[in-house]
Structures are given as structure tokens and as C-alpha cells.
Design a protein around this ligand. Structure first.
Ligand SMILES: NC(=O)c1ccc[n+]([C@@H]2O[C@H](COP(=O)([O-])OP(=O)(O)OC[C@H]3O[C@@H](n4cnc5c(N)ncnc54)[C@H](O)[C@@H]3O)[C@@H](O)[C@H]2O)c1
Length: 248
């Protein structure tokens, strides 16, 4: 999975899956733009990358703000000269409520952070990749981009939207050398699951035939493959990495 000399951008890279993706990009030879709203943890990831000899920078961007997404892409190109690979990963759990009780503010927030953000990043990444004539983009969806689950209407809607956006943009730009895919993790043991009680987390294990939650590194391996030329005929696809969750 040679990403030697390529530039990779990861949003939400200060923690969990994004951090694992950023570190693995670095291991595979990419120059990495680490972006997050959490500057302290983000800079920590940059230090970890640099300690392994990888080139890395941090840029603070809130993906819910289109201007900051635009700036992030511009800063990446200014720092490294190209943008070859992007993983649009930042996300939150959002409100946990039944649909009739879901607050309007909560709805707008989750759609903005988990769905609008992917459109904003994609739009500006495509601008650069179209000029280059190549690129690979991975959008972080979820198993909840394929099925619903109670109390997560906003999250489920956003993650389904990410899949539809991926399928549409992939068709639009396939002939111009840009591949766009979505990844659907099952429940992964990251700080994101802090929204759930220990009891709920234990119950989530039972939903995965493999009998445990996934790790961020297991998701990162799939992202790296999709990013690389090994996946040269793969575009517009949704790939679960879910311990069998969707097979039930
Ligand atoms: N953990 C899971 O079980 C799971 C399952 C399926 C999909 N996902 C998805 O994977 C992605 C990463 O989740 P994770 O589990 O690593 O979570 P995490 O909480 O460990 O990391 C998410 C990162 O995103 C950052 N972030 C949040 N809002 C942001 C914003 N507005 N702008 C920029 N950065 C922001 C956070 O600061 C954090 O560093 C999310 O899109 C999530 O929906 C997670």
C-alpha cells in the first residue's frame, strides 16, 4: 500500500479512528495533514507521526463551517503541494432522543457536523483533485448508514446521506481519475462511545457476531487500502468493517 510522497488529509484526526488513519498514512509514507477542533490532541498526533519520521502538520478546522473546510484544503496544498488522498472522518454522536422528542437544534447540529461537513470538504477537495487529475476520497459513514436504530435519528440520517453523496460524486468524477468511497464501521471502541453507558456498551457487543467491538486500527486498514492504488477499480462503494453486524 505505497503512499510514498502522497499528501493525505484527515479530519477528526485527533482521536479514535481518524488518529489511527493518520498514523497509518504516515507509516505508509504519506505526508499527513492532521485536522481537528481539538488542537492539543491534534498536535500530539502530529508529534507521534514526526517521531516515526513522517512529515505532518496540524491545522485546526471546524468541519461544520464551509469557510474553514475551504481554508483547510488550501493550507494542505500550500504546505505539501498536492492533495492526493482525503479521509473525511470527523463526526459526533449527537443527541440521543426518540424522533418526536429530537430537538430542532440537535437535529441541525448533527446534520451539520456529520453530513454538511462531508459535502463541504468534498467540494473543496474535488476542486484541487480535478486540477491534478487524480485523487482518492474516503468518507466515514457507519453501519448506521445502511440501517436505522432507535434514538439516533439524526446520526442515522446523516450517515445514510454520506453514502448517497459518495455514490453520486463517485459517478460524477470517476472518468476524471477521482475515486470516492464510503466506509461503514460497526461499533468501534473510541471516545465517541462515551455517549453510551457501560451497560449499553456491553449490549452493543452482542450485535457483532465476532463477539467484540472493533478497533480504530481495523477501520484504518480498510481506509488505507481504499486510499491506495491497490483499490484502483473501486469507486462509489460502501464498505462495512463491522464484525458481521450487517450480516445478521
Ligand atoms: N466509534 C464508533 O463506533 C463509530 C462507528 C461508526 C462510525 N464512526 C464514525 O467514525 C468517525 C470518527 O469517530 P470516532 O469513533 O473516532 O470518534 P472520536 O470521538 O474518537 O473522534 C472524533 C474526532 O472528531 C473531532 N470532531 C468533532 N467535531 C468536529 C468538528 N466539528 N470539526 C472537526 N473535528 C471534529 C473530535 O474532536 C474528535 O477528535 C465519526 O464520523 C463517527 O461517526 C464511529
Amino acid at each position: 500500500m505505497d503512499l510514498q510522497g502522497k499528501t493525505a488529509l484527515v479530519t477528526g484526526a485527533a482521536s479514535g479512528i481518524g488518529r489511527a488513519v493518520a498514523l497509518l498514512y504516515g507509516q505508509h509514507g504519506a505526508k499527513v495533514m492532521v485536522s481537528d477542533i481539538d488542537e492539543e490532541q491534534g498536535r500530539q498526533v502530529v508529534a507521534e507521526l514526526q517521531a516515526t519520521g513522517a512529515e505532518a502538520r496540524f491545522y485546526k478546522a471546524d468541519v461544520g463551517d464551509p469557510a474553514q473546510c475551504h481554508q483547510l484544503v488550501q493550507e494542505t496544498v500550500a504546505a505539501f503541494g498536492t492533495l492526493d488522498v482525503a479521509c473525511n472522518n470527523a463526526g459526533i454522536t449527537g443527541e440521543l432522543s426518540l424522533t418526536a422528542d429530537y430537538s430542532l437544534e440537535g437535529w441541525q447540529k448533527i446534520i451539520n457536523v456529520n453530513l454538511n461537513s462531508v459535502f463541504f470538504c468534498l467540494k473543496y477537495e474535488l476542486e484541487v483533485m480535478l486540477k491534478q487529475g487524480h485523487g482518492s476520497i474516503i468518507n466515514m459513514s457507519s453501519i448506521l448508514g445502511q440501517v436505522g436504530t432507535p434514538t439516533l435519528a439524526g446520526y442515522v440520517t446523516a450517515k445514510h446521506g454520506v453514502v448517497g453523496l459518495t455514490q453520486t460524486a463517485a459517478q460524477e468524477y470517476a472518468a476524471q481519475g477521482i475515486r470516492i468511497n464510503a466506509v461503514g464501521p460497526g461499533y468501534i471502541d473510541t471516545p465517541l462511545l462515551g455517549a453510551f453507558s457501560a451497560e449499553t456498551k456491553a449490549g452493543l457487543v452482542a450485535l457483532h457476531p465476532i463477539g467484540r467491538l472493533g478497533t480504530s486500527e481495523e477501520v484504518a486498514e480498510l481506509v488505507i487500502w481504499l486510499s491506495s492504488e491497490k483499490a484502483s477499480f473501486v469507486t462509489g462503494s460502501y464498505y462495512p468493517v463491522d464484525g458481521g453486524y450487517l450480516a445478521r
